[in-house]
Design a protein around this ligand. Structure first.
Ligand SMILES: [Zn+2]
Length: 283
């Protein structure tokens, strides 16, 4: 069952980021400028891909959540951090569509502390309620709100090239592999925002699955630019030319690359969604 669009949240409630009791505003996850500005039909993540006339919900002008106050939305995310996420998204997209044959890794200069905070802010926003219980959100809030802090200990923010038109947003799940497949899955509690051209996976530390961990490039200087080696082969499983499943690491199936089990942690799994941008519908 999906409660994503049906579950009414009070218009005034605790902001998912700063916790202040305020009028809530809509946050696009990911931001509109990251190709999340189209009408998007969606299903619950575990109900499968939305089909032509079989989908549970439609979000006009992109996937969004009414979950954060206007200060967090417009000033902190919108002015301070989203511009870096937008620049990074466009840079990677430009490289992907260039006609030059790419080497597997290209250095991209980015203000990584701003980029990481943008992703963490949108992950916090991607819930229909203020989660006062889960430790992850407490750590993410503290990190997001203090520009001098290093990323939370024991957590990773993995990135992979995501060459799909789907958008997946999922919060708080444990994933277990069954059988003896060689495909690896991130450890700990996992949350994801997967949208062309990059998927972000917040996880526990321990298993990087062959992916770059953005948090390892972060520093205490919010303005610092660093060069990040973007791995254009991260769309494949390591050392293969086999595309990672579009839902990886949430692809629960009996297929050789499928995860065996996914357990929700907290109350957010039924809010997880898989959406497809619908360019045919009027904006
Ligand atoms: Zn706020």
């Amino acid at each position: 069952m999906i409660s994503y669009s049906k579950e009414k949240r009070a218009k005034t409630d605790y902001c998912n980021i700063c916790g202040k009791f305020s009028e809530l505003t809509w946050d696009h996850v990911p931001p509109q400028s990251c190709f999340n500005e189209y009408n998007t039909k969606f299903n619950g993540l575990f109900d499968g891909l939305p089909e032509e006339d079989k989908f549970k919900g439609l979000q006009q002008n992109g996937i969004r959540y009414r979950s954060i106050c206007s200060n967090c939305n417009n000033n902190l995310l919108g002015s301070n951090y989203d511009p870096e996420l937008n620049i990074f998204t466009k840079s990677v997209k430009e490289l992907m569509v260039s006609s030059i044959k790419l080497p597997s890794k290209i250095l991209v200069s980015v203000k990584v502390n701003k980029l990481a905070r943008a992703v963490c802010g949108h992950l916090l926003a991607a819930k229909n309620f203020y989660d006062s219980e889960i430790l992850i959100d407490k750590k993410l809030r503290k990190y997001f709100l203090n520009p001098e802090l290093q990323p939370p200990q024991g957590m990773s923010l993995l990135i992979r090239i995501y060459p799909y038109s789907t958008i997946i947003v999922m919060r708080d799940a444990f994933i277990a592999k069954l059988g003896n497949s060689s495909i690896k899955f991130p450890s700990g509690v996992i949350s994801i925002i997967s949208a062309y051209p990059i998927a972000y996976i917040l996880s526990g530390k321990g298993e990087n699955c062959g992916l770059l961990d953005l948090f390892t490039y972060c520093t205490s200087d919010i303005e610092q630019s660093v060069e990040i080696p973007i791995d254009f082969y991260s769309c494949f499983y390591p050392n293969t030319h086999e595309f990672r499943n579009l839902a990886w690491p949430c692809n629960i199936s009996d297929e050789p690359d499928g995860a065996g089990m996914l357990l929700g942690y907290g109350h957010t799994l039924d809010q997880s969604i898989i959406g497809i941008r619908d360019l045919k519908l009027p904006k």
